[in-house]
Design a protein around this ligand. Sequence first.
Ligand SMILES: Nc1ncnc2c1ncn2[C@@H]1O[C@H](COP(=O)(O)OP(=O)(O)OP(=O)(O)O)[C@@H](O)[C@H]1O
Length: 273
Amino acid sequence: MSQQLKRDYVVLEEIGRGRFGTVFRCSSVNSGDSFAVKSIDKVAITAAGDSLDAQCLWTEPKILELVSPHPHIVNLRNLYEDEAHLHMVLDLCFESNLHARVMSEPEAASVMCQLMQAVAHCHGLGVAHRDIKPDNILFDEENRLRLADLGSAGVFKEDERMSGVVGTPHYVAPEVLTGRDYDEKVDVWSAGVVFYEMLAGFPPFHGESPVEIFDAVLRGNLRFPTRVFRSVSPAAKDLLRRMLCKDVSRRFSVQQVLRHPWFSIAEQTMPTE
Ligand SMILES: Nc1ncnc2c1ncn2[C@@H]1O[C@H](COP(=O)(O)OP(=O)(O)OP(=O)(O)O)[C@@H](O)[C@H]1O
């Protein structure tokens, strides 16, 4: 454990684990405030022998430095390195229950508005997240949405597109699967899948295996089964069509999503406290 990290934070219980990262709760020695520390095992990455993973080691902290601070992103507070680990001190968050239940449109609008603000901030700085999915959408102690895990993010420039298959089967955009170059609108597609799932309780493109899911994504046949979508507003369906549009040139940008009338319609029907 880095001596410097131990000087600044008391590292407490484990709260999560990924492929190479273990996440602990920690508290600041100075303020007593709670944070999360994600410790990446450099040795395990090197031993796994995957040069892509080794390259990605620095992607997350570098991109987090670029996009922090933002109220809807899991911000990087401090970074430490020792021989075996990279330690990222992050805002402490909690897993979302986005998978757990079908949401009303006002609830979904609140989630989508915060998510799209985080994505707009990233896109404005030339960063595409590339792995938007419920597991990477966390909430902080004040119940504010925080976009997490920028380990798969990519930097794009005006005349330079991105490549490489990155993402998670149900949420990945079709242009990523075809192996062609793509742009930041892959995030709008993935956020559209999350949006559909919040309203329907199941994803728009499904299958029994990853291959079947990929085939369904590539077909991109968006359906609104009456059983479930009978009570969903035409504005919500319109926005879903514009986000889950296979033709990237016609797919909405994040700014266009944020300007869509569905947000104000859904807000007007929000119950008052
Ligand atoms: N800031 C945080 N606060 C609380 N929990 C967190 C935080 N960041 C991540 N976690 C939790 O820790 C677990 C692992 O985190 P994360 O997915 O970022 O690790 P990872 O190594 O990048 O994972 P993978 O590459 O396998 O997706 C997840 O369950 C996540 O919910």
